[in-house]
Design a protein around this ligand. Structure first.
Ligand code: CS2
Length: 491
């Protein structure tokens, strides 16, 4: 049976369909980037809130900006925007939930005006984003909005036909101001340090190029709360679809699988009201900094440690990699010797316990989180997840070998596109060609990769970093069995 609104009442109760009347829900939230993570996280919290009987002003209208989102638009529409969240516990228990909080979807590349109008609607109070780390159009040299990006140039000339989300936001805020409507909150849900502050800087950067007066209004009126978001959400596979077909005879083209753990810590800073997500487990705080730093430098960096080293070693998934005792101990060494000493204490959190939980979460054998997902877009992930730890250790004379070995493995991965057995690995990265060209020079210039300033900044000016990298990358190239170096480093 096809998953859709009409069939909901006939579905197994084990699928936990929504208990609320979806026809009464207004879309108070417009969300850009309806990938797996949004659907396991913000849409899940919002569905939970709707199940408590409140929050009917806070349904979600999804937005895709690019043609690549067309499939998503079609699939979701066919299912009346319903989908199944399959929550997999380490002991094999599975909880299913049909999520009903998504109530519409628009495709910007087909009808930009409809998207801008949706954002400008009086019902809209929040525009939230999961556009991935690479979606933030930052000029690596200045850290500001990159006005030289061809899409940015296009948007400056065509403000009502945007390509970048920053132009959509600006166009919609302009309409709201002209119409005397209060602004919406812009809420980033991406894994970026101070995601709200960065989004603010980029929106203002774009708006200033268009209209200084509007930019001033945005600066004064629009809130951009920072937040820490967390739930491991692997890419949906055909097996997830088959599971629903076989167990429940329901046809859902795009379910989402995730772990049971879920966390959302948000700065309570909203322009125009917000859902009571605290009723369903989110935490509102005045300063999210310590939580986001902890999560980025332990969980996300930990993923990259396992992802890059595990890929070169020949593993496929995170749980498989961490079930190898050497990898588990190496990760713990990275946490204890390099990452944690550079973190401030986090109120209410025991860091040792947090690290134990991470190792357990990574080991969940039912979450087959592919290393390929972790390694994609490393050029925008590692500068956020890993480099701050290395920089701080350089400043304070701490250990850097664990982190630098990950960079050496990344260079090898980018160069050969293979694991140590020669099996192909796909590099998916906006900077793929640049990374590959630099990595390929390693045999003649061992430092070529880290000389990429747009990725590494001034790290290559630090002699200890350079020496360590040179030693490790040379060793990885002479024998890509990274386990030998991992053994030496953790000894
Ligand atoms: C991962 C994250 O993209 C990555 O490399 O580390 O997607 C991670 O799974 C999430 O941040 C978990 O909350």
């Amino acid at each position: 049976m096809q998953l859709n609104q009409q069939n909901l009442t006939q579905l197994s109760v084990e699928l936990n369909p929504p208990t609320y009347d979806r026809s009464q829900i207004k879309a108070g939230i417009v969300h850009v980037g309806v990938g797996g993570f949004h659907r396991s996280h913000e849409a899940y919290y919002t569905d939970e809130l709707l199940r408590t009987g409140s929050g009917s002003d806070w349904g979600i209208c999804g937005i895709g900006l690019r043609d690549a989102d067309r499939k998503m638009a079609t699939l979701l529409k066919e299912q009346d925007y319903l989908y199944t969240l399959i929550i997999k516990h380490p002991d094999g228990t599975v909880q299913n939930r049909i999520i009903g909080s998504l109530v519409g979807f628009l495709l910007g590349c087909d009808d930009a005006t409809a998207v801008i109008e949706q954002m400008a609607s009086p019902d809209t109070k929040i525009v939230s984003l999961t556009i991935t780390e690479g979606g933030y159009n930052v000029d690596p040299a200045s850290g500001d909005f990159d006005a030289k990006n061809p899409d940015a140039i296009h948007d400056i000339q065509n403000p009502m036909q945007p390509r970048l989300v920053f132009c959509y936001l600006t166009a919609a805020l302009r309409l709201r101001r002209e119409r005397g409507l209060p602004p919406f909150t812009v809420q980033s849900c991406d894994n970026i340090q101070h995601n709200g502050d960065l989004t603010r800087k980029l929106v203002l950067g774009f708006a200033r190029l268009q209209d200084a007066d509007l930019a001033k209004w945005i600066e004064e009126e629009v809130c951009f709360p920072n937040a820490m978001v967390d739930r491991i959400t692997p890419v949906t596979t055909p097996t997830d679809i088959e599971y629903l077909e076989n167990q429940f005879h329901v046809h859902d083209e795009w379910p989402v699988t995730c772990e049971p753990f879920c966390q959302w810590i948000i700065e309570d800073n909203f322009s125009n009201g917000r859902p009571e997500w605290e009723k369903v487990g989110a935490q509102f705080v005045t300063d999210v900094t310590p939580y986001e730093t902890m999560k980025l430098r332990l969980l996300n960096a930990g993923h990259s440690v396992l992802g890059l080293l595990g890929s070169v070693y020949g593993y496929q998934t995170i749980d498989q990699t961490i079930s190898d005792d050497l990898f588990a101990r190496f990760l713990r060494g990275f946490f204890d010797k390099e990452a944690t000493p550079m973190l401030d204490a986090v109120e209410g959190i025991d860091l040792d316990q947090y690290k134990d939980t991470l190792i357990e979460r990574f080991g969940n054998p039912n979450i087959k989180d592919n290393l390929a997902r972790i390694c994609l877009e490393s050029s925008s992930k590692l500068p956020v997840f890993l480099f701050p730890t290395i920089r701080k250790n350089l400043e304070q004379g701490g250990s850097i070998d664990y982190g630098v070995l990950v960079i050496a493995a990344w260079c090898y991965y980018s160069d050969s596109h293979t694991d140590r057995y020669g099996k192909e690995l796909e590099v998916v990265d906006a900077m793929k060609t640049t990374l590959q060209e630099a990595a390929r020079k390693t045999s003649t210039d061992p430092l070529a990769f880290i000389k990429l300033r747009s990725v590494f900044g001034d790290l290559a000016d630090d002699s200890r970093f350079v020496e360590t990298y040179k030693r490790l990358v040379t060793q990885v190239y002479s024998n890509p069995d990274v386990s030998i170096l991992m053994q030496q480093i953790k000894a």
